[in-house]
Design a protein around this ligand. Structure first.
Ligand code: SF4
Length: 156
């Protein structure tokens, strides 16, 4: 079973109510079993919702409670991000996930790039950090920029 960021397969779950459909990924998944998840919705956030940044580090730092997730209204939504990450991990365990395709540049799902209070920065999102900590292989997908023949895999 492959875990996939739900926005990548066309679900309109992004903060602004849009999707991030990646047709190349859909082609790649057409004969696979896959599990779409949106950690931010699983964490109880609505769609649409205010955009957020990670303040003070990346997803690993949020897991250690050394960084926070804050939306553009100044509201601290760290709890929602931690809850969504935990629920995503539970689903990965329940469904026997082998690897994950996750949406780049997201404070939840980013694999190589995330938005922080410093702008677009190297680092992982909160859900990605928890999946990596638990031994899952994660692959970052950025629609329109991704060469699916040469996917960059991050294994830690
Ligand atoms: S990047 Fe992740 S958290 Fe953001 S909308 Fe897509 S699935 Fe949801």
């Amino acid at each position: 079973m492959i875990l996939v960021s739900a926005c990548l397969i066309g679900l309109k779950c992004r903060y602004d109510g849009t999707n991030a459909l990646c047709r190349e990924l859909m082609d790649k998944l057409k004969n696979e079993k896959f599990l779409p998840v949106c950690p931010e919705q699983l964490g109880g956030l609505s769609t649409p919702r205010p955009p957020v940044v990670i303040v003070g580090g990346d997803g690993f730092d949020v897991l250690k409670l050394k960084a926070r997730v804050v939306n553009e209204k100044g509201q601290d939504v760290t709890f929602n991000f931690l809850k969504g990450a935990k629920k995503t991990l539970e689903m990965a365990e329940t469904f026997g996930v082998t690897h994950c395709y996750l949406k780049e540049k997201s404070p939840s799902c980013g694999v190589n790039l995330i938005y922080t209070d410093q702008g677009l920065t190297s680092g992982v999102g909160v859900t990605t950090a928890l999946l990596l900590k638990n031994g899952y292989k994660v692959i970052g997908i950025q629609p329109g920029e991704t060469d699916l023949e040469n996917l960059q895999c991050v294994m830690r």
